[in-house]
Design a protein around this ligand. Sequence first.
Ligand code: CMC
Length: 390
Amino acid sequence: AGYWTYDPGFMVTAPVESKITFIDGGKGELLYRGYPIDQLANNAEYLEVAYALVHGELPNAEQKKAFYAKIHSHTAVHDQLRKFFEGFRRDAHPMAIMVGVVGALSAFYHEGFDVNDERHREITAIRLIAKMPTLAAMSYKYSQGEPFMYPRNDFNYAENFVYMMFATPADVNFKVNPIIADALDKIFTLHADHEQNASTSTVRLAGSTGANPYACIAAGIAALWGPSHGGANEAVLEMLDEIGTVENVPAFMEKVKSREVKLMGFGHRVYKNFDPRAQVLKKTCDEVLTALGINDPKLELAMALEKIALEDPFFIERNLYPNVDFYSGIILKAIGIPTSMFTVIFSLARTSGWISHWLEMHSEPFKIGRPRQLYTGETQRDFVKIEDRK
Ligand code: CMC
């Protein structure tokens, strides 16, 4: 024993077989269940994409209707869950709240839950996909000191999220801006899955112990929060704040090159040519900014940064291109979503992917995930009494 393959960062290790998502990082190719990401983002609604991730095929008209009806019947959360929100400080980060409340769902759906029962597993996927927008909007409303809005099932998935985020009970004539809802729907699709990324691997590892799936998804949310992963979209806006104005860009680039800071929203572990999600979103980004007539200096700064980085040899040599979160951060900012909600939106979108991986794992025999290590600590030595210790 002890002859383990040493692979920090899992650079060359594939611990699973999966039929869900295919990535060719060299070619910049991303397929969900075989369908190219740009075709899905430009033609399908997020819920159809979620169905495809869960079931393996895009739904036909009948399947779509039945799936949407199931989702709609599970959008509400138990009123008791409200108390969890109220237990947080009002300035708590919404991601901290999400880790807590999604984890708390495991207390609501634990008794009688059987991971070996396919119907139980399927209803879990429905519940999670249906409830995430509700929980995400509640985490925002709580931070604003505004009342929670109940989900409206006459809206589609993205519209309902916009409504729960931005309407108030006084707004009886609240209208969802279709530009905003469509952009969000695309962002949801583009973030829905990405094979064995850090958060999905976390969900699988937690799930491999047979743990409650809501707790597994909460673990995924925790992993997603970090700035190297889902927290990058928020970090992009923080970076823009730090840079301030276009004149400060060259000095900032010097700091990037001397490795003092990273250019957030650039680079990817797998995509070393371009990120196909970023290509779709760059176009959406241009469209949204034009349609909303936005003239925000921070967005101009982002565009200046993008231009310089794409032309600078430092970035070209290292194959560093804007990733999906560079543009999603800019779009979310433009449509009025506060920075602290960016990663929450990513977690909402990724839930369909996470639960598809969890379902895939449970649909066939699997082993508990249990990596080994190369031990580099002390060799055996004798116990020393406290009075004799140095
Ligand atoms: N800014 C400046 N230099 C960078 C950056 C960056 N964003 N990313 C990589 N590099 C440099 C890095 O310093 C290294 O240079 P050298 O070889 O001279 O030391 C070279 O590029 C290779 O980088 P790496 O760290 O080996 O790449 P990795 O595959 O381990 O890291 C990454 C990938 C995404 C963690 C990293 O590019 C990064 O931290 N990017 C910024 C954060 C970000 O935007 N993350 C979101 C990823 S997309 C959404 C998601 O999937 O969660």
